[in-house]
Design a protein around this ligand. Structure first.
Ligand code: ZN
Length: 172
């Protein structure tokens, strides 16, 4: 449905088993993709799916975005993997997305777009923006050289640092 004319009454609410509990419309064709993540990741309370341009450009090559920026590690947990291709709306896509996501916070969907997750909608949306910026930087960096990946020990250090030291204590 066109987002500009979407009304609250057009929304469809599903339970974790995929049963419609509110709303008159048919659920999104990607509801299985969202459901699978909510079923397996109790820490995830929001899933944002976009077709943003730069991330889609990388996804069109079926490549992952390596950890080339600190912020990627902080927000996503390391590399932004590209899930294997499956047609949109398919169970296979939901399966491939989940297989690539694991405990991280974002994946690219081959020839399709982005899935970002978070503890709330604000975090998931922020992650989706960081993925888009990371894709932009990754593509631009190829213009002047070969982007340098952060070493695995740096990735591990930053992940641990984000979990224990960063911020105002809300993530402890
Ligand atoms: Zn889509």
């Amino acid at each position: 449905m066109p987002y500009l004319t979407l009304q609250p009454a057009d929304l469809v609410v599903l339970d974790l088993a995929g049963q419609v509990v509110a709303g008159e419309r048919r659920p999104s064709i990607e509801h299985e993709l969202h459901l699978r993540i909510y079923q397996q990741r109790p820490d995830v309370q929001a899933v944002v799916h976009t077709h943003s341009v730069y991330a889609s450009a990388v996804a069109a090559t079926r490549q992952s975005i390596p950890p080339i920026l600190d912020v990627i590690v902080d927000a996503v947990g390391g590399e932004i993997p590209c899930a294997e291709y499956a047609p949109h709306g398919s169970s296979q896509l939901a399966q491939n997305c989940w297989a690539a996501l694991g405990s991280n916070n974002a994946v690219l969907l081959a020839n399709h777009g982005v899935v970002a997750v978070g503890a709330d909608l604000e975090q998931a949306y922020t992650v989706s923006q960081i993925v888009e910026n990371a894709a932009k930087v990754y593509l631009l960096s190829h213009l002047i050289g070969k982007p340098v990946m952060l070493a695995q020990e740096v990735v591990d250090y930053e992940k641990a640092f984000m979990q224990t030291e960063y911020g105002q204590g809300t993530n402890k």
